[in-house]
Design a protein around this ligand. Structure first.
Ligand code: PMP
Ligand code: GLN
Length: 386
């Protein structure tokens, strides 16, 4: 009951607390092994932590530049050039954000008008849809099908209308662990050539790919680059999800609009963290070796659950693995995930909250960004489930 008589209509009537918060809380309340919300349970790099301390001691304690500390924008520009041989101007085409979440939200705020359609590929990370709705946009869903979760571009094309303002693309893909190939990006480029549709890329798992898969950034394709806003995050790359620092790259004209919203959304983000990241980013091995590091963890986890009743296709990217539980129960995934925490002491993420309403593929998502000892304990329990 409201204690005042103002009437208001919720802008997000169907939105509840996120499944990540719900499952992590349930896990903590039940003292379970938390393989649900995606974050490492091992330490962040010591040199990076020392870098923040040093930046604070050296006086980087007041507002950073609105678009991000120049030293960090330069480092991002150089990293992008090294990786893709593509230039983004640090002055005009890169903005440092409070994680990828803010980059994605600000991109929607800057470009989505009431009535605009935005195509979202489901299952989708949960922050896209509410951001579209809060700006009066209409999310239009393209649903991927288990177990391969591949995009059928002819079917996808049917979702494009005269009202389509933007497409959201996430590769490597959370939660399925799939990766888009060069042919996917070429097909998308073909579809968008000659249109004014924008592309909002969620590239937070840019460095986490396995089995020699390669990340095909939209910036590699000229017709895509000119219409793309690319959101990224240091949280996943440097084991610092709690720092909430990310960035957005886009051509100058798009970035100008993005910054109009950004400056009144957060203005700027934490200064000493940006300085530390700029120095840490200079060493290529800090991100180049990440795929190998997590591939070992993926393989360790999958080997350890080999004897279990769960079925899987090994993840190709991200640090998530979907496990199919149809051989165990036909419960709804949300119910099974809750029961697994309470009865088995393991927390995972159900996928149906990321799908369109009718889809319940009976898979759970497990995060393997954990110490091997944690993965071992989890696997032991998973192997006993019958
Ligand atoms: N997009 C995807 C696909 C994610 O998994 C996450 C979580 N890291 C984000 C965006 C948000 O990133 P950040 O924590 O940097 O806001
Ligand atoms: N990206 C993380 C995941 O997929 C969660 C981030 C969050 O809790 N918002 O688990």
């Amino acid at each position: 009951m409201l204690s005042f008589d103002t009437q208001f209509q919720s802008k997000l009537p169907d939105v509840k607390t996120t499944i990540f918060t719900t499952m992590s809380k349930l896990s903590a309340d039940n003292n379970a092994i938390n393989l649900s919300q995606g974050f490492p349970d091992f330490d962040s790099p010591k040199a990076l932590l020392e870098g923040v301390n040093k930046a604070m001691q050296n006086g980087s304690n007041q507002y950073a530049h609105m678009a991000g500390a120049p030293i960090l924008r330069n480092a991002i520009s150089q990293k992008t050039e090294k990786l893709y041989d593509v230039h983004y101007c640090p002055e005009t085409e890169i903005t440092v954000t409070a994680g990828a979440t803010q980059a994605l939200y600000t991109a929607m705020a800057a470009f989505v008008n009431p009535g605009d359609e935005v195509i979202v590929i489901k299952p989708a990370f949960d922050c896209y849809e509410p951001a579209i709705q809060l700006h009066g946009g209409i999310p239009v869903f393209y649903q991927l099908e288990a177990p391969h979760y591949k995009i059928d571009w002819d079917a996808f094309k049917q979702h494009i209308t005269s009202k389509t303002k933007m497409i959201v693309l996430n590769t490597p893909h959370n939660p399925t662990g799939t990766v888009l190939g060069k042919s996917d990006l070429l097909k998308l480029e073909q579809l968008l050539t000659g249109t004014s549709i924008l592309l909002l890329c969620d590239d937070v798992y840019e460095h986490i790919l396995y089995d020699n898969e390669k990340h095909y950034s939209a910036c590699l394709f000229p017709e895509l680059k000119k219409r793309s806003l690319i959101a990224n995050s240091f949280g996943k790359t440097f084991h610092i999800t709690g720092w909430k620092i990310g960035y957005c790259m886009a051509p100058k004209e798009l970035m100008e609009e993005f910054r109009k919203a950004h400056q009144f959304n957060v203005f700027c983000v934490s200064h000493p963290f940006q300085v530390a990241l700029a120095n840490y980013l200079k060493e290529e091995r800090h991100y180049i070796e990440l795929g190998g590091f997590y591939q070992e963890k993926r393989d360790f986890f999958l080997k350890a659950i080999e004897g279990s009743k769960f079925k899987f296709t090994p993840s190709k990217g991200t640090y998530f693995q979907l496990l199919d539980y149809t051989a165990i129960t036909d419960e709804h995934d949300v119910d099974y995930a809750h029961r697994m925490v309470i009865e088995q002491g393991i927390a995972a993420i159900p996928i149906s909250p990321f799908n369109t309403d009718t889809i319940d593929p009976k898979v759970l998502r497990f995060c393997f960004a954990k110490k091997n000892s944690t993965l071992e304990k989890a696997a032991e329990i998973l192997c006993k489930i019958s």
